[in-house]
Design a protein around this ligand. Structure first.
Ligand SMILES: Cc1cc2nc3c(=O)[nH]c(=O)nc-3n(C[C@H](O)[C@H](O)[C@H](O)COP(=O)(O)OP(=O)(O)OC[C@H]3O[C@@H](n4cnc5c(N)ncnc54)[C@H](O)[C@@H]3O)c2cc1C
Length: 377
């Protein structure tokens, strides 16, 4: 249900909290992004000092022989070590909080839990959010599609090369396809409003994409996770606060990191201000809106531009040529590479990336490259 790319900031923030992710959970360190636009390919290298790792959120692909401890289990084990009691049961119903307490019903035998504060970290793939009586409106979501493909080790070393591969596709339902390397497994993620399994199967047959897969590959499993594209309304009430995807996240990128931040802000609001609806509104939700809502609009503009450019063969060719030229330079300004890298690693606010994308120098490179490629033909 997730591509499992862990950003540099998230990795460092977890390290600062003494959450050690064991080496066997970190499947690959990403050394670059291959951009495949309309059959043209450009590589954008990631600075070696930046740690972008890939992980399986759970134990690995459903039908795979190799089962490992996943990233979420590491987080859960850490929480348990810190004193958390883990009850592996489904929450059935939340009973609205009062000034004194909040409670919920859980498990098959419908037990009741009562406490001081309830934190909803149920994501967007759960229906529990629909049953809340607190005026909560979940974020609007797209339905993505993912599949996992096992590849021989030498294929991975030769073709995937510890890089994330981003492909444009001719399929109208898919905005882009990403290959995330995890040792001898590739996680294929297709992003779009409503991507079906058959859409992904067809897109993977396109020559520009199939040449990055073994000849007789098979998909180990597939899933249709939802991905939020707006921010929830009222993810709080008295003694109840909702965090993670179900509350607010960065548009299309770094959802795990957004979950990290929203949980930190919610904890800070509860500890430093109080547990009332107003406390969470003023000191938690407003902070989510401040960080995400406007920046996500810039994100939508950027991905919109990327979409339009990615659909044009001519513009794609020009952009890939600019990237190739920039990558040959040692440390001169690599504006387009940096814009695309930030867009896909999600390691800078969208507002900053948009400003960078509109730098006159990039516009000049674009004009020069279009003249150059017109004369070269
Ligand atoms: C296709 C795709 C690719 C992605 N790739 C990346 C990526 O590479 N990097 C990244 O940072 N982010 C990525 N994301 C985003 C990331 O997966 C989410 O932002 C992140 O998982 C949100 O965390 P969360 O804790 O809010 O929700 P979730 O991770 O969805 O966790 C919710 C948990 O609540 C549990 N739950 C739900 N309902 C109940 C209930 N009633 N009772 C008990 N438990 C319940 C669920 O079982 C689940 O364990 C991707 C998302 C998609 C859709």
């Amino acid at each position: 249900m997730c591509a499992g790319a862990i950003s540099d900031t998230l990795f460092n923030n977890l390290t600062n909290l003494n959450v050690v992710i064991p080496e066997n959970v970190l499947k690959d360190k990403v050394t670059g992004y291959f951009m495949h636009l309309k059959g043209e390919t450009g590589l954008i290298a990631v600075d070696p000092s930046i740690s972008i790792y890939t992980v399986f959120r759970s134990a690995g692909p459903v039908l795979s022989a190799e089962k490992t401890r996943g990233f979420d289990q590491v987080l859960l084990d850490h929480a348990i070590k810190e004193g958390v009691r883990f009850v592996n049961q489904r929450v059935k119903k939340v009973i609205a909080g009062t000034k004194e307490k909040i409670s919920l019903i859980f498990g098959e035998d419908e037990k009741e839990w009562e406490g001081d504060l309830l934190v909803g970290a149920f994501g967007v793939n759960s229906r529990i959010g629909e049953k809340l009586a607190s005026g909560y409106k979940p974020p609007k979501c797209w339905s993505a599609c993912q599949t996992e493909i096992e590849v021989p080790e030498d294929f991975s070393e030769r073709t995937i090369r510890n890089k994330i591969h981003i492909f444009s596709t001719d399929h109208p339902n898919i905005k882009y396809i990403a290959f995330t390397p995890k040792g001898n497994v590739i996680t294929v993620t297709a992003i779009g409003k409503n991507v079906k399994r058959v859409d992904v199967e067809n897109a993977l047959k396109e020559e520009a994409i199939s040449s990055y897969l073994p000849v007789n590959y098979s998909c180990k499993c597939h899933c249709h996770p939802k991905i939020p594209v707006t921010i929830a309304r009222n993810p709080f009430s008295d003694r109840f606060v909702i965090i993670g995807d179900a509350a607010a996240s960065r548009y299309l990128k770094n959802g795990i990191e957004s979950a990290f931040f929203t949980s930190e802000w919610a904890a800070s609001a509860a500890l430093h201000h109080g547990l009332s609806s107003d406390d969470f509104k003023n000191h938690y939700y407003n902070r989510c809106l401040k960080v995400f809502s406007r920046d996500n609009i810039y994100g939508k503009i950027l991905f919109g531009i990327y979409d339009i450019f990615g659909n044009s063969g001519t513009i794609s060719r020009i952009n890939i040529n600019i990237i190739r030229g920039e990558q040959e330079k040692s440390h001169d300004s690599k504006i387009l590479s940096s814009v695309i890298l930030h867009l896909f690693t999600g390691d800078a606010p969208y507002a900053r990336i948009l400003r960078e994308a509109f730098r006159p120098k990039l516009f000049v490179s674009f004009i020069k490259e279009s003249f150059r490629s017109r004369h070269a033909r």
